[in-house]
Design a protein around this ligand. Sequence first.
Ligand code: GDP
Length: 289
Amino acid sequence: MGLFARIKKAWFDTIVWETIDDDFYDELEESLILADLGATAAADAVRQLRDVVYDRSIQNGEAVKQALRDILEEKLNVGDTALDLSTKPSVVLVIGVNGVGKTTSIGKLADMLRRRHKRVLLCAADTFRAAAADQLEIWAGRAKSEIVRSREGADPGAVLFDALQAAKARGTDVVLVDTAGRLHNKANLMNELAKLRKIIDREAPDAAKETLLVLDATTGQNGLQQAKVFKEVAGLTGIILTKLDGTAKGGICVAIAQELGVPVKFVGLGEGIDDLQPFDAKEYLRNFI
Ligand code: GDP
């Protein structure tokens, strides 16, 4: 089964692509909104489609679909979808609220990188939740990766310091840092992330850095609002969009690009270790519409 085959949804089934009139455009806009594209992106896309169809005198249904895919692809094009892992070590901070699939995604990502012959070290800097480090340790085992952890309530900065020392000593390629993403207190989150960044800047000043937000696709537009706060306080370089295999409406990918201007770098398509895929806009759009 190809990437995204599982997200194919019926949003556009009732649309007659050959009859290009006002009703067609209205229905299409409604379907795009239902598919979680968000009102702004849906209206933009339809407006652009009208222009393209008119300018190129498109009459063929398949050509209309392709024109819409091209418009959406342009919207998705908001930055590099590859991770910057150009230094040894590189440091990837992973943030997100509880339950979105943060631990699972870190485990999957560790395994993906290991299969690309990277030496990976997990850093359990979420010391707030009792089970967080235990969960991460289970994933480290599955992904055959190393882990640096401490006890519950320990200083996350101290754990990160230890992890960076270990990474430098062992020739680690990538340090994946699990952080506590508690949103209820913006200032707290910002302070904590600032502290972690300071430690990275001191201990690994030349390291390539990524800050990835894990977002649950099934939370749709609500998740997007959360993500805006994270972007504001944490300065994101990418999104890991999880649970696209479930009841999620695929259009959320476009909404994220439009609303956040941050690229989706990976998508989670299941609970298994292999169910993380680099985001490929063309393939995604072929399945979406
Ligand atoms: P965390 O609290 O953010 O660390 O979340 P977890 O990694 O513990 O994941 C919460 C739940 O979501 C677990 O039951 C995971 O198996 C599940 N999960 C994570 N990613 C995916 C995904 O891409 N698809 C599906 N269907 N479930 C996922």
